[in-house]
Design a protein around this ligand. Structure first.
Ligand SMILES: NC(=O)c1ccc[n+]([C@@H]2O[C@H](COP(=O)([O-])OP(=O)(O)OC[C@H]3O[C@@H](n4cnc5c(N)ncnc54)[C@H](O)[C@@H]3O)[C@@H](O)[C@H]2O)c1
Length: 252
């Protein structure tokens, strides 16, 4: 299994869980030092320095590792700020990593699996922001919505060849890019309290979902977006006021 963006955050845990499940793991990251360090901490892992959005670098990584049975498009970035102040450069860099990177990696591995007549599994890491846009996160939410749709398109085109493609949409995860946001104790406590499962998510919650999607147990799951968020994205209407005749109803 190759995991992109596995040098930090959620990707590290996906790589760890994959190694624990017996996979030989490719730890792909643009941060060579981090990829190296994580690969060294795992039993059978290979560091792969590449930008997931650079087709020739991804090809070089695949040449070094060999064609994997599973590929996880996890690398992603966010640039916070109001949309009116978002520069084209910020917009393009987020589109490049989150969307183009997901396409490039998926296409490279699919080409090889198809040429070799092998089955495989691709998991794209989306976000609940792809369902419910988060304010002041620029291109992030639109790219994650596109990742969910790209996943479906990959699934319908590659399903007949034996490649399954699914996405995982993490909620509020106490790791990675959310770390600075959750450093504020009020934000942290409020987000946890407003989550139906009454806790923040962990990288392990996401890793377990990814590994399940790659497993034989999920062999008929294809083109699915698996939301792993403790119920957060379903709470949209819970904050809307309703008349006492509904909320004050005596249900016995
Ligand atoms: N942390 C959360 O709360 C959360 C919630 C929803 C979705 N996600 C998604 O989970 C994924 C992982 O995010 P994270 O929170 O672990 O972030 P993170 O910033 O901790 O890790 C991202 C990793 O990707 C690497 N990376 C960045 N650009 C790259 C590129 N072009 N090529 C290869 N590697 C690159 C970084 O070096 C880093 O190691 C992202 O797709 C993110 O959008 C995270």
């Amino acid at each position: 299994m190759i995991v992109t963006g596995a040098g930090h955050g959620i990707g590290v845990q996906i790589a760890r869980q994959a190694a624990a499940d017996g996979y030989r793991v490719g730890v792909l990251d643009i941060d060579a030092e981090a990829a190296d360090q994580i690969a060294r901490s795992l039993p059978d892992a290979v560091p792969l320095m590449a930008s997931s959005a650079d087709a020739s670098a991804v090809e070089a990584a695949l040449n070094a590792f060999g064609t994997p049975d599973a590929w996880v498009n996890n690398a992603g970035i966010v640039r916070f700020g109001p949309l009116v102040d978002h520069s084209e450069q910020e917009w393009r860099s987020v589109v490049e990593v989150n969307l183009t990177g997901t396409f490039v990696g998926g296409r490279s591995v699919a080409r090889r699996l198809i040429a070799e007549g092998r089955k495989g599994s691709i998991v794209n890491i989306a976000s609940i922001n792809g369902i419910a846009p988060g304010p002041n996160s620029g291109a992030y939410s639109p790219t994650k919505a596109a990742v969910i749709q790209l996943t479906r398109q990959m699934a319908i085109e590659w399903g007949p060849t034996g490649i399954r493609v699914n996405s995982v949409a993490p909620g509020i995860i106490d790791d990675g890019m959310s770390t600075p946001v959750l450093a504020d104790p009020h934000v942290r406590a409020t987000r946890s309290a407003r989550t139906p499962s009454r806790r923040l998510g962990t990288a392990a919650d996401i890793a377990k979902a990814v590994l399940w999607l790659c497993s034989e147990d999920a062999e008929y799951v294809n083109g699915h977006n698996l939301v792993v968020d403790g119920g957060v994205v379903s709470t949209v209407l819970a904050g809307m006021p309703r008349p006492a005749s509904i909320d004050g109803i005596d249900r016995g």
